[in-house]
Write a protein that binds this ligand. Structure first.
Ligand SMILES: Cc1cc2nc3c(=O)[nH]c(=O)nc-3n(C[C@H](O)[C@H](O)[C@H](O)COP(=O)(O)OP(=O)(O)OC[C@H]3O[C@@H](n4cnc5c(N)ncnc54)[C@H](O)[C@@H]3O)c2cc1C
Length: 582
């Protein structure tokens, strides 16, 4: 089947919070939004706990405090010019959401309600502050619905269930994308002046994760294959409270409302690890504390979980402020959190790294931040970098909206000032070859054919066992070698379903290729970084090493498909690196 051709001034890939916010800021231009899922199924809709902004509705608060907390939370790896924008623009962003119709939870006098979240403090670390704005524990759901409604109202053009496979680059400029329509298996070339990737995270590289099945790092891998490096991929956040064995998230808002963690000896173990903030310390610190307790045999009945106890909050608070997670716990565990503590373990949650950008969402591809004209990235797939080595809760929703909006605005300028670039010759050629190889199977013949599911299970198990909360050189070397082997076996991977209509077998095979590439950048970045910072904790290099490692990593693809690392400096403006105590 020949490919169909489309032309739009701007193409946005991804219809989560970042993509939709960008689309709304491109009003008046010719824009298409491509999404492999229906927009309201994007992972933004799963965000629970809140969006951080120093509104000061409940108590004194300032954007400078928010900025400080974010920089300290990042273990000083975040770029402070970008963090300043995040903290300042968070305030107008939340008010914009309110004006666009988002039903926030309210204080008795009608203001947007706010609750405490991990690592958010007043007066530069003195005590927890109420900064997270929320709509019960469905904040992301409300954001996504609100933005999608506004897009429909503004007649944004959507191509739903279009899976983007490749980025087109011609003459040093981005010229569009190639996508597969999942509904009928047809191939589409989108010719554009500018392309934004807003494709979300890659939590599915791990076995236990809070991330939806679709979070397979597609945009990151596609950009990387096109020659763009991935920044700081070794930093992957584990959220302390996933449901035991399943990884489904129990929001930090549960601890924000007063929930407490206990080990198998009935101890409030966070007293040992973060005496000031306790259960509201940042996520990297609590996840490590839980792992330490579990390794010492202090899990509940010696098993690999601890307890999150909400019972003292009472039924009214639990059911009105945390209704969704209450439902999850009742449905998936058969436990009522009003009456029993919840078994939790750390779960892979958030990629701090991603496609490097400047503060206008423009993708930059070298150590001097040179811009690749026409290419933009925003949201979890991007690295601007506001989260550095560890993200604070509620800061991703701010990030996707603040930088989604900036990217949209700058794209509007760019497409007004520039003509269409030429398309490469036969732009669909390599995607066609790739798809037919997956459909027909590899070169090795039937005897060597490999199942996609089996490769994915091995990948996720290896990453979980050897590259998660604690790491060391030996295990990371093993996982790197294993990934190399899996990438080779992937060349022989084959699928059962040869049909064209909704071929989910084919989609999963494509996604596995993305997962393997992204996981490889995580493993190699982690092996090379010989220090412990934020979420990256090396048992063989337990100290933070600012002298040698206060720098961002850039993982490039080598011509043979391997990884080469380069580095670029961190932007430091207001806050010099300090010891990180909570
Ligand atoms: C369970 C959970 C709870 C969370 N709670 C919070 C919270 O309370 N506060 C907070 O700040 N953060 C939270 N986060 C993190 C935050 O929700 C995400 O980081 C953020 O929503 C990501 O938004 P996004 O727009 O970048 O991507 P997403 O919302 O993930 O959207 C990605 C989009 O890209 C599309 N896409 C992907 N690949 C392709 C492809 N190949 N072709 C075409 N389209 C593609 C998808 O269809 C989708 O539309 C939570 C995350 C999870 C998993």
């Amino acid at each position: 089947m020949p490919a169909s051709y489309h032309q739009f001034e701007a193409v946005i890939v991804g219809a989560g919070g970042a993509g939709l916010m960008a689309a709304l800021n491109l009003q008046g231009r010719d824009v298409a939004v491509l999404s492999k899922l229906h927009p309201v199924r994007s992972h933004t809709g799963a965000a629970q706990g809140g969006i951080g902004a120093a509104l000061g509705n409940m108590e004194e608060d300032h954007w400078e405090w928010h900025m400080f907390d974010t920089v300290k939370g990042s273990d000083y790896l975040a770029d402070q010019d970008a963090v300043e924008i995040l903290a300042r623009e968070a305030i107008e962003t939340v008010l914009e959401l309110e004006h666009r119709g988002l039903p926030f939870s309210r204080t008795p006098d009608g203001k947007i309600a706010q609750r405490p979240f991990g690592g958010h403090t007043r007066e530069y670390g003195k005590a927890a502050v109420r900064r997270a704005c929320y709509a019960a524990d469905r904040t992301g759901h409300m954001i996504l619905q609100t933005l999608y409604q506004q897009c429909i109202r503004n007649q944004v053009k959507f191509f739903n269930e279009y899976l983007v496979l490749e980025l087109l680059v011609e003459g040093g400029r981005v010229a569009g994308v190639v996508a597969l329509s999942v509904a009928d298996g047809s191939l589409h070339v989108f010719h554009a002046k500018a392309v934004l990737f807003a494709t979300g995270g890659c939590g599915r590289i791990y076995q236990i994760t809070s991330n939806a099945h679709a979070l397979t790092g597609d945009g990151m891998a596609v950009a990387w294959r096109a020659g763009v490096p991935l920044e700081d991929m070794e930093f992957f956040q584990f959220h302390p409270t996933g449901i035991y064995k399943m990884g489904i998230l129990i929001t930090e808002g549960a601890r924000g409302e007063g929930g407490k963690l206990f080990n198998g000896r009935g101890e409030r173990f966070m007293e040992k690890y973060a005496p000031t903030l306790l259960d509201l310390a940042p996520r990297d610190i609590i996840s490590r504390a839980i792992y330490r307790e579990l390794r010492q045999g202090h899990g509940i009945e010696g098993k690999w979980y601890v307890h999150l106890d909400l019972r003292h909050l009472g039924r009214a608070v639990i059911e009105t402020k945390l209704p969704d997670i209450t439902d999850f716990v009742r449905t998936y565990l058969g436990i009522d959190p009003v009456e029993a503590p919840i078994p939790v373990q750390p779960t892979a949650h958030y990629a701090m790294g991603g496609i490097p950008t400047d503060v206008w969402g423009r993708v930059v591809f070298d150590e001097k931040n040179k811009v690749l004209p026409g290419f933009y990235a925003a949201g979890e797939c991007a690295c601007v970098s506001v989260h550095g080595a560890n993200r604070l809760g509620t800061n991703s929703l701010v990030d996707i909206l603040v930088f989604g909006r900036r990217a949209g605005r700058d794209m509007a300028r760019f497409v007004a000032e520039n003509d269409f670039p030429p398309l490469p010759r036969q732009p669909e050629e390599s995607a066609l070859r790739w798809l037919s190889r997956l459909r027909e199977g590899g070169n090795g013949g039937a005897a060597r054919r490999v199942s996609v599911g089996e490769l994915r299970d091995t990948l996720q198990g290896e990453m979980m066992d050897k590259a998660s909360v604690f790491r060391d050189g030996k295990l990371l070397t093993e996982v790197g070698e294993k990934l190399q082997e899996l990438k080779e076996r992937y060349q022989e991977a084959t699928i059962q379903d040869r049909g064209r209509v909704f071929n989910t077998d084919l989609v999963e095979a494509i996604e596995l290729g993305f997962l393997l590439d992204v996981a490889h950048t995580v493993a190699v970045g982690a092996l090379t970084r010989q220090e412990s910072r934020g979420a990256h904790s090396r048992e063989d290099f337990p100290q933070r090493d600012d002298k040698n490692w206060l720098k961002h990593s850039l993982a490039y693809r080598t011509p043979s498909g391997g990884i080469e690392l380069k580095y670029k400096p961190v932007t430091i403006t207001r806050f010099q690196p300090q010891e990180r105590k909570y």
